[in-house]
Design a protein around this ligand. Structure first.
Ligand code: AP5
Length: 222
């Protein structure tokens, strides 16, 4: 084919809306969503060796050691579906060392999206967040309440979504962000993530469409 599938990284502070936007991106662009947070949470609930190692770090709102996460991500990126459909990497890289690991493997995105949201909003979004363990859908008690009583009754709260842990996660994010941004500065696009989710997605949709068109043009002219 004339086009190579899109490669996208999405980044932003805890609760900036990465998971919420990824759901919408996958629906429109069919990319393979690779969320290190989701994969780690699945490992924890399945009680695997990785899960056992990761659990204490995650529950404390700290980063899981680089080796564990990097092996997980590179294994997932090498699978066939990713080559066919393209990828959407969410929550990785999260440290300069992680960014360097991908650079060494020559794994680079076409675009690096950053969701920008002020701290006060982030704390409220984390504290109100609920997850549906059956569908994996993300809710918020005020912003996106569940559709039915049945769903409401089974919603769970993440152990790292307390105010204290959110603040620690935010601090760790800020300590790492600039170093990671420097790796992707030439392809970085900041988007105001404090607006309604459909409005935020409108901007992301235009951006990714443009990146995809440019990519097709470039490949045709080669
Ligand atoms: P991870 O799951 O990646 O957590 P995070 O980065 O803190 O991001 P969140 O999942 O909290 O938020 P989000 O941006 O996806 O927001 P969401 O869409 O849910 O990582 C968890 C842990 O795993 C880490 O702390 C670490 O321990 C470990 N880990 C993961 N990756 C790692 C790595 N690479 N290296 C080392 N360790 C790693 O939205 C949040 C809430 O806001 C929801 O309730 C939602 O409904 C609501 N909301 C969303 N958008 C809007 C909007 N526009 N308006 C109003 N409300 C909104």
């Amino acid at each position: 084919s004339t086009s190579e599938p899109l490669k996208v990284m999405i980044s932003g502070a805890p609760a900036s809306g990465k998971g919420t936007q990824c759901e919408l991106i996958v629906n429109k662009f069919g990319l393979v969503h690779i969320s290190t947070g989701d994969i780690l949470r699945a490992e924890v609930s399945a009680g695997t060796d990785i899960g056992k190692k990761a659990k204490e770090f995650m529950n404390a709102g700290r980063l899981v050691p680089d080796e564990i996460v990097t092996d997980m991500v590179t294994a997932r990126l090498s699978r066939e579906d990713v080559k066919q459909k393209g990828w959407l990497l969410d929550g990785y890289p999260r440290s300069f060392a992680q960014a360097e690991s991908l650079e060494k493997l020559k794994i680079r995105p076409d675009v690096y999206v950053v969701l920008d949201v002020p701290d006060e909003i982030l704390i409220d979004r984390c504290i109100g967040r609920r997850l549906d363990p059956v569908t994996g859908k993300i809710y918020h008690i005020k912003n996106f309440p569940p559709e039915t009583e049945e769903i409401k009754a089974r919603l769970i709260t993440r152990p790292d979504d307390t105010e204290e842990k959110v603040k620690s996660r935010l601090e760790i994010y800020k300590l790492n962000a600039e170093a990671i941004f420097s790796t992707y500065s030439n392809i970085m696009k900041k988007i105001d993530g404090s607006r309604q989710k459909e409005v935020v997605f409108g901007d992301i949709y235009s951006l990714l469409s443009e990146v995809q068109n440019d990519k097709v043009k470039r490949i045709k002219s080669e």
